[in-house]
Design a protein around this ligand. Structure first.
Ligand code: ATP
Ligand code: MG
Length: 365
């Protein structure tokens, strides 16, 4: 028996997408889309989730929907093969979240390491919005509504998938086999699981302003790379340097290929040789950064150019999202029907219920 293979993944419209998204998830999505191995692919712009920590800035979310959609198209997501849609247009997701809330404890939510870090990052302290605190539950609704089997995301999302699997188990145990358990699909290259920021912080993140965006100009990319954080102990060229935790080398791990070396830095055969020289001492940061600049410019140029093409017809991009949202809503609504049946809250289309209640009250018809 061959099981239906379904992908669900997405992004928060809190900014344009950056190279961390590209290596952590976007690139993989496009490969999976084009592999033809999947029956259905859903890509969600998570505006409702973005509002959980931006409730006072709806204009920011509104502006970034189109930016994210353009980034999708620029990277090669194709509306003929992948359904791109907007979360808030699928009210069924809220309904599911409401029922899932009964299956999760407050203690369990408090243990989520990603949410913990994000709460610290946002300085919420005691004033965490309930919506933000419970977003892993709403994410479980996003995933299960589409019966997703595969969720290609960065490492920071692992606790969310774990939480989703627990909700699926609990739901199926209590109400009977209904929901599908999703599997996380992490990048195969460790450097891509959580790309650090240009400032050396652990994660490149729209909210931290330490990003190289897919839509940055050639000059912006160059400037950001040349001022990147590197090894603070590598003061003079002669000094031995560290490659671990050094974002310049982590980006090279994520992006550079042997062909890049033969094209832009033929003195070295590959990244291992470059790393060995840096570690030994005698290799300056500027030279490594120049190479990284060449590599990233080559990767990002075609994406930027395609983005500019799609940006020429913005109404068409909105139309694509609207059509995607209609398709996505149909799927979510079918799943919700099954859930309601399992949860016994389908009163009016349950003939047996009406019949047995009639008998209980002594009516024979
Ligand atoms: P925000 O700061 O608003 O949370 P973000 O930059 O974390 O934004 P998200 O929209 O939350 O971006 O994440 C979208 C997807 O990109 C997720 O799959 C996430 O795992 C992945 N991702 C985000 N940042 C990185 C990164 N630095 N490295 C690898 N993957 C990442
Ligand atoms: Mg995030």
């Amino acid at each position: 028996m061959s099981m239906t293979k379904i992908i669900l993944t997405g992004d928060r419209p809190t900014g344009r997408l950056h190279v961390g998204h590209y290596v952590g998830s976007l690139k993989r999505r496009v490969e999976l889309q084009n592999s033809g191995d999947f029956d259905e692919i859903y890509i969600m712009i998570a505006d409702a989730q973005a509002l959980t920590d931006n409730m006072d800035n709806p204009e920011k979310i509104r502006q970034n929907i189109i930016e994210v959609a353009l980034d999708y198209l620029a990277c090669g997501l194709d509306p003929q093969k992948s359904v791109m849609f907007i979360q808030s247009q699928i009210p069924e997701l809220c309904e599911m979240s409401f029922y899932y809330m009964n299956l999760v404890t407050v203690a369990r939510l408090k243990r989520n390491p990603t949410v913990k870090t994000e709460i610290q990052m946002r300085n919420f302290e005691e004033r965490i919005p309930v919506g933000f605190f419970t977003y892993p539950i709403s994410q479980a609704a996003d995933i299960t509504a589409f019966k997703a089997t595969t969720v290609p995301v960065g490492e920071d999302q692992a606790p969310m998938i774990e939480q989703t699997r627990e909700i699926v188990h609990r739901f199926n145990y209590v109400y009977g086999e209904t929901l599908v358990e999703p599997n996380i699909l992490l990048p195969d290259n460790a450097a891509c699981m959580r790309l650090p920021g240009t400032d050396g912080k652990a994660k490149m993140s729209k909210s931290l302003g330490n990003c190289i965006y897919l839509s940055d100009t050639e000059e912006e990319i160059h400037k950001k790379i040349m001022s990147m954080y590197t090894d603070p102990t590598h003061l003079r060229v002669e000094d031995p340097g560290h490659v671990e935790g050094n974002p310049v080398f982590i980006y090279l791990d994520a992006f550079s290929t042997d062909e890049h070396f033969s094209k832009y830095l033929p003195e070295y055969k590959n990244l291992d040789e470059l790393k060995a020289h840096y570690t030994r001492g005698g290799l300056g940061d500027v030279k490594v950064k120049r190479f990284l600049n060449n590599v990233l410019q080559e990767v990002l140029r075609p994406i930027r150019e395609r983005r500019a093409e799609f940006a020429k017809d913005i109404p068409a991009v909105y139309k694509m999202l609207q059509e995607g949202s209609i398709i996505a809503r149909k799927k979510a609504s079918a799943t919700l029907e099954e859930m309601k049946q399992a949860m016994k809250i389908n009163y009016f289309d349950d003939k047996d219920l009406i019949e047995s209640q009639s008998q209980k009250f002594g009516q024979n018809n």
